[in-house]
Design a protein around this ligand. Sequence first.
Ligand code: PLP
Length: 379
Amino acid sequence: MEKPIYLDYNATTPVDPEVAKEMTPYIESFYGNPSSSYSIGRSNKEAVEKARAQVAELINCQAEEIYFTSCATESNNLAIKGIAWANSDKGRHIITSAIEHPAVTEVCKYLSSQGYDITWLQVDQYGRVDPKYVENAIRKDTVLITIMHANNEVGTIQPIQEIGAIARENNIVFHTDASQSVGKIETDVDKLGVDLLTIAGHKLYAPKGIGALYIRKGTRIENLMHGAGQEKGIRPGTENVIHTVGLGKACEVALRDFKQNQHNMLASCDRLLDGLVSQLGNKVHVNVNLENCLPNTLSVAFENVSAHTLASFISSEVLISTGSACHSGETTISSVLQAMNLDFRTAAATVRISTGKHTTKEEIDFTIEVLVNAIKKLT
Ligand SMILES: Cc1ncc(COP(=O)(O)O)c(C=O)c1O
């Protein structure tokens, strides 16, 4: 067992060996520019198109509806600003939620500074948006609804299908940031009823520095960057062929192993929670409704234990993250936990433990032992 045990897969994942293998020829030999008409260019173009089809298959769309970007942040920027700008003749109102990643909230705040009106929907105690709130927030000038599929900190899954139906009924473009859900739960764009969907490569065992945006055919969007004609001119710039090939392979593997991976992630999370509860009893507080949560994510607070102290105390053995930031002795609670109205003590004691597709029983049992010992020492 390699130490420290990594249980922060929502932060990032390692590159899958199958993905690395697929990328290697493009690092070592196949250097052609996909826009060149001679053979080493054409073969790279084909590699990019193969990747596009692989990504499309995972989310059940057409290959031509996938646009490669550098990361989820870029995909979100393109989706939100692109739709807002393209529809400014119709209106300047955007609906989002209070528990989005900064890659959405900061874009909305920027647009707000440019004269757009943003509605920030509140969530319930588990971090879930009520579709009725979405419906009630719709106005004549609403041009976009952007609500994440699953939350990165607590794992709560949003009722995207219901929101999608509302968006469609009202003829409003609907974007979801699916950075945390792709490869973990089903992300079929038609079933979800979304017009745009963000994918983050490094959350699904592709390298960092590659993302994608699904844009439903016929959706009016403005590009952020202007240049040559790559990605149909919507995201110009010479393609990152190496990482694109990696993302394509990662999506193929995610689709092939979907059931097995989901089962493994859920089993490891369940084993972890059972072990902790059996040894610590009601000192363990689960922050979310586990029936409506990503299979790999556990947001828990341990009574009277500072999450920061705990995470750093165990960091040579197990790597987890916290729901608060600590600077010069002052604790700031994350905006997600604040939106969930978690009391300060519970929020300051909250850790996020996120398992991976290959997390083993041995790793989980060791983690339980490490956490229980640490909590006993710290209380
Ligand atoms: C839900 C969500 N959206 C967007 C991002 C941003 O991803 P990136 O930093 O790769 O652009 C993350 C990363 O943690 C995320 O969890």
